[in-house]
Design a protein. Structure first.
Length: 167
């Protein structure tokens, strides 16, 4: 498994998605590595291969997913993951995105919460630093009576663990 992660990291470096240098991160933290998702998304071959590998890995761990939910800014990832998981599960997997409201929270809007009741939900984000947005997505899913199936991220910059997310 470790070799797969090294291969994925090398691929992301080659397409310019992982940059090294000096970067000012969220909350004025500093780091020597930056994940430039724009460079990943603009390389359709690398992006497709990454999504396929993630979908395959997810499907080996989770037997059924009905909905892939995440922030609206990541709709390209959510849509692709829903499509690929749908192919694997031989069913329609819905992609739902949330937008930040005036309070800084990310509730489901436009009656999406009604679409989650009783459904197995995969919460997804591209880059996680503190896990706060993912925690909000989990809470919104549970509040909407959705069943949490799991969480998937492309890049975990903050060493966020499942214990951090469900605290």
């Amino acid at each position: 498994m470790h070799n797969k992660n090294n291969k994925a990291e090398e691929t992301l470096k080659e397409c310019g998605a992982i940059l090294t240098g000096h970067f000012v991160l969220d909350e004025m933290k500093h780091g020597d590595t930056w994940f430039e998702k724009k460079n990943l998304y603009s390389n359709s071959v690398v992006f497709e291969n990454l999504c396929r590998e993630m979908a395959r890995s997810i499907s080996l761990k989770i037997s059924k997913i009905d909905v892939v939910a995440g922030p609206a800014s990541n709709s390209v990832v959510l849509d692709r993951m829903a499509c690929l998981l749908g192919e694997i599960y031989h069913k329609v997997v819905v992609s739902l995105s949330i937008e930040k409201d005036g309070t800084g929270r990310h509730p489901f809007r436009r009656s999406f919460d009604k679409d989650l009741a009783g459904k197995k939900v995969l919460v997804m984000d591209d880059v996680v630093l503190t896990g706060e947005l993912v925690r909000q997505l989990i809470k919104a899913t549970i509040h909407s009576k959705g069943q949490m199936a799991g969480v998937a991220v492309i890049c975990n910059r903050g060493d966020v663990t499942s214990q951090n997310l469900y605290a």
